[in-house]
Design a protein around this ligand. Structure first.
Ligand SMILES: CCOC(=O)Nc1nc2cc3nc(NC)[nH]c3cc2c(=O)[nH]1
Ligand SMILES: [Zn+2]
Length: 373
């Protein structure tokens, strides 16, 4: 079995859990935040830097790599691990979220999805089988089933039809996937914002017995309360001895709200994306470092952080770098933001271990400036 999950502890006062996820490229302690390396790189970071920050697993996108440089080229290079010089676990999701969000550029049929490349407008067709073939070529440790991320909002009829097709596609992925010993395959629960459809989707996917399950169709613009309600409803429908992955989640509050509702894995482009335009996550909330008020602020990005950026540089210096558009500005802020979230998850795992996750969440929210209701 390529993927094995060990449930180590369940919190008493909420659904948070501690676990260990065994993969062919290493063991992952959960709950875990996964940095996103869309096109075979965590932007502006070398793999050694990503490893040095404590990242245990990274994401890459199936569609992006299929379009450029092509999954066959990466296969010839010896697979994605070799190609990008990352020897830890890799999870490939579709990146379809971007492709799908290109609305009129795609047609969804029973057979698969026809879409136009966002690069050169060329026509492409991806089926469940094709998606598995691409991920096989990439050699990721965790593959995701081919699904439709149901748009938000969606009518009940659309969400039902879309979810039932996603289940049929999941079966096709499972039937087509051969090397289970090298690559695990996660099912993705859909069903829009409708509890009965979420229940049907979870039940049908659990029937197919995947080594892990993602909760899809969330963080697509719905209110935070609605995401929390659907997580609360859906996680108990999934096997407790299998990992649960909330796709596209990555701000501190969304990570806390996911973990206390039984989520083990999360990914988000946010920390790296906002870093490149000069926003840093700090224990006292977000700061826009380009802001002139930091011109003579010789303190670190976050006084409580011991990352490379906070140990060696001031806000004034990093603001200067952004002000003159120097690449090092984006690099230092990326180092800090990734470290901040990876460290947050380490502290969350520690808090679960010490039976104080809810207290830790309140403490964090007060300092960060979230007015938790
Ligand atoms: C072949 C793998 O398919 C996927 O990755 N599907 C998928 N990806 C998602 C990515 C998401 N990102 C966000 N918010 C930023 N929400 C997401 C949902 C999905 C999803 O339902 N399904
Ligand atoms: Zn820092």
């Amino acid at each position: 079995m390529a993927i094995r999950f060990e449930l180590l502890k369940e919190a008493k006062d909420c659904k948070a859990r501690l676990g260990k996820l065994y993969t062919p490229h290493g063991v992952i302690e959960t709950p875990i935040f996964m940095p996103v390396g869309t096109r075979a790189t965590v932007k502006a970071m070398t793999p050694e830097e990503v490893k040095g920050l404590g990242a245990q697993i990274i994401l890459s996108n199936t569609y992006h790599l299929y379009l450029r440089p092509g999954h066959k080229l990466i296969e010839e290079a010896g697979g994605l691990h070799k190609f990008m010089n990352w020897d830890g676990p890799i999870l490939t999701d579709s990146g379809g979220f971007q492709v799908f969000s290109l609305g009129d550029l795609r047609k969804i049929k029973e057979e698969g999805v026809e879409f136009r490349s966002h690069i050169d407008g060329s026509k492409h067709f991806i089926s469940p089988e094709k998606s598995i073939e691409i991920q096989n070529s990439l050699g990721s440790d965790i593959m995701m089933c081919f699904d439709e991320c149901t748009p938000y909002p969606a009518t009940y009829e659309y969400a039902k039809h879309s979810m039932e097709r996603t289940t049929r596609w999941a079966k096709r992925c499972k039937d087509y996937h051969k090397n289970w010993d090298k690559q695990g395959l996660f099912g993705i629960v859909q069903g829009g914002m409708y509890k009965d459809l979420r229940e049907q989707s979870a039940k049908e996917l659990v029937e197919l017995d995947f080594p892990g399950y993602a909760i899809g169709g969330l963080s697509v613009g719905e209110p935070k309360e609605l995401m929390c309600e659907l997580l609360d409803f859906t996680t108990p429908l999934l096997p407790k001895d299998k990992p649960r992955y909330n796709m596209g989640v990555g701000t501190p509050d969304y990570l806390f709200e996911s973990v206390i509702r039984g989520i083990d894995m999360a990914d988000c482009v946010l920390p790296t994306r906002i870093a490149r335009n000069g926003t840093a996550l700090t224990s006292q909330g977000k700061i826009v470092i380009r802001n002139a008020k930091y011109a003579k602020d010789f303190t670190p990005l976050d006084p409580e952080c011991d990352c490379y950026a906070c140990t060696n540089y001031s806000r004034a210096y990093i603001r200067h770098l952004f002000n003159v558009d120097e690449i090092l500005g984006a690099r230092l802020t990326t180092i800090h933001n990734l470290y901040f979230l990876i460290k947050l998850m380490e502290n969350i795992r520690k808090a679960i271990k010490e039976d104080r996750i809810l207290e830790y969440k309140d403490e964090f929210y007060k300092k960060y400036g979230y007015n938790d209701k």
